[in-house]
Design a binder for this molecule. Structure first.
Ligand code: FAD
Ligand code: NAD
Length: 478
């Protein structure tokens, strides 16, 4: 192990590993330090996303969706099965295999690109020195021309609901239940609450979601949020808004939860409880007091638009800095910093970050909502198209939801797209590309889409902005 590098990256989640790989590709002598220990007790790469976040949750969402299709919808398609049953342990083991494959893949990419992988803890000292402590406690001091901090985030804990072994758990615990709880409480109707609540509801749990706010998914399009709530309730999620948890106690046989809502103090007993009330930047043990990096008032590492901290040649990327806590946002920042270190001039377009909630149907959006635009006093036109009128959605027996395209009233430039529907996560990329290239709604309308595809709904909604949709009555005639 050398003790001097062009770049040292602390953290090998999607922000840190992307930064490290790009640095090495650009010819910089790069080391990446990560302390994460995987489920198998060995050092792992990929951070929260690959080990305890995006990937394992999607493995369970996809498996549980297939189970729900088999138990509830195959007959509608003329498919008869015997009794469909579930093997939760196998489902979890398969999820772990997917994780192991991908985390191992990052190790391969590090090797292939020449990134030095250091397993253990990294701490930034003054003058771009880094203290590296391996898993045996052996400490050494490394030096770097540039340092990239990518330590990520951890779940928020709330005093009324302290975690307790396997009964009151955070998102990590909820990925590893050994059986399907008969009843499941979820605190927080955010992204994690809805995704992991959906997994266990599909597998048979009776799920109650307690959300402190009075509004459901306030960051999403209002109509889509309303429709999504109804659909998710139809799938067995009992979503209670305005419900603030005041206590939770694990009793061995269950969890006693107390909460306040508009009718006063309430009680609920569930087999297990997931606490999913947000994540916070993780900076414990990361910074020596004289290293020159400052935090903002909310505890994030303070950076400018190019992810530079207050300390010269020290950068921070991913969940630990302002902006949405999303893997792709962190990776973009990591790559931008690597390229700027190498003398290129890229930037991240923070107005063009796609958001997806992987329920079924999926909820996805990019850009502004109608509600935000109205609040900003901006003029805009809207086109919508329901999947109930999509040939492909009908063929697939998957017709819930809609596409909404929002375009600037003067320029017709697309400034937002909101999708509630099957494969919304895939369709939203079209709007992201369009917005990156300043496309107008008319541009989308002039583009040929394969038939029959779900994506045709995007084109029809874009045509609808000007009142020109073919497969719908237009409100506005041209
Ligand atoms: P992390 O992935 O948290 O990685 C940071 C790494 O740094 C960790 O390995 C940590 O151990 C290490 N580290 C920290 N401090 C030190 C130190 N001092 N020394 C050495 N190593 C250190 N996002 C999406 O975009 N799509 C999704 O579908 C999605 N699903 C999610 C589902 C769940 C259940 C959860 C919890 C999150 C999900 N996210 C999703 C969010 C996503 O996981 C994060 O946005 C992403 O992982 C952040 O990447 P990061 O590199 O900033 O940090
Ligand atoms: P979140 O911020 O999405 O939702 C937390 C919810 O909990 C909020 O609605 C909040 O009002 C509610 N809440 C807070 N305190 C409460 C209390 N005491 N009682 C009841 N409700 C309370 O956070 P999350 O779902 O924990 O997810 C954390 C982060 O991980 C998010 O920022 C998200 O971006 C990321 N993530 C992304 C994906 C994805 O991209 N598909 C999936 C999972 C997680």
């Amino acid at each position: 192990m050398s003790d001097s590098y062009d770049v040292i990256v602390i953290g090998a989640g999607p922000a840190g590993y992307a930064a490290a790989i790009r640095c090495a590709q650009l010819g910089l002598n790069t080391a990446c330090i990560d302390k994460e220990i995987g489920k198998d007790g060995k050092p792992t790469l990929g951070g929260t996303c690959l080990n305890w976040g995006c990937i394992p949750s999607k493995a369970l969402l996809d498996a549980s969706h297939k189970y729900m299709e088999a138990t509830e919808h195959f007959e509608e398609l003329g498919i008869k099965t015997g009794k469909v049953s579930m093997d939760v342990k196998k489902m979890i083991a398969r999820k772990d295999e997917v994780v192991a494959g991908l985390t191992g893949g990052i190790g391969g990419l590090f090797k292939g690109n020449g990134v030095t992988q250091l397993s253990g803890h990294g701490k930034l000292l003054a003058g771009r020195k880094v203290q590296y402590t391996d898993h045996n406690g052996k400490a050494s001091e490394l030096a770097a021309e540039h340092v990239i901090l990518a330590p990520g985030s951890v779940p928020v804990n709330i005093p009324p609901a302290p975690l307790s072994g396997t009964q009151i758990v955070d998102s990590t615990g909820a990925l590893d239940f050994d059986s399907v709880p008969k009843t499941l409480g979820v605190i927080g109707a955010g992204v994690i609450g809805l995704e992991l609540g959906s997994v266990w509801a599909r597998l048979g749990s009776k799920v109650v979601v307690l959300e402190a706010l009075d509004e459901f998914l306030p960051m999403a399009d209002k109509r889509i949020a309303r429709d999504a709530k109804k659909v998710l309730e139809g799938q067995g999620l009992d979503i209670r808004l305005g419900a603030r948890v005041t206590g939770a106690e694990a009793t061995g046989s269950g969890v006693n939860v107390t909460f306040d809502d508009k009718d006063g103090a309430q009680k609920l007993t569930v087999d297990r409880l997931i606490v999913a009330v947000g994540r916070r930047p993780y900076t414990e043990g990361l910074l020596a007091p004289d290293c020159g990096v400052n935090l903002d008032e909310r505890g994030y590492l303070f950076v400018n638009e190019y992810c530079a901290t207050d300390a010269p040649k020290v950068y921070a990327v991913g969940d630990v800095v302002r902006g949405p806590m999303l893997a792709h946002k962190g990776s973009e920042e990591g790559v931008m910093v690597a390229e700027r270190i190498a003398g290129h001039k890229p930037m991240v377009n923070y107005d063009c970050i796609p958001n997806v909630i992987y329920t079924h149907p999926e909820i996805a959006w990019v850009g502004k909502t109608e509600e935000q635009l109205k609040a900003d006093g901006e003029e805009f036109n809207v086109g919508t198209f329901p999947f109930a009128a999509s040939g492909r959605a009908l063929a697939a027996n998957d017709t819930t939801g809609m596409v909404k395209v929002i375009a600037d009233a003067k320029t017709d430039r697309i400034i937002g797209m909101h999708v509630f529907g099957p494969q919304a996560s895939e369709m939203i990329a079209q709007a992201v590309i369009g917005m990156e290239f300043d496309a107008s709604a008319e541009d989308f309308g002039l583009t040929m889409f394969a038939h029959p595809t779900l994506s045709e709904a995007v084109r029809e909604a874009a045509l609808g902005v000007g009142g020109n949709a073919i497969h719908m009555m237009n409100r506005k005639k041209r």
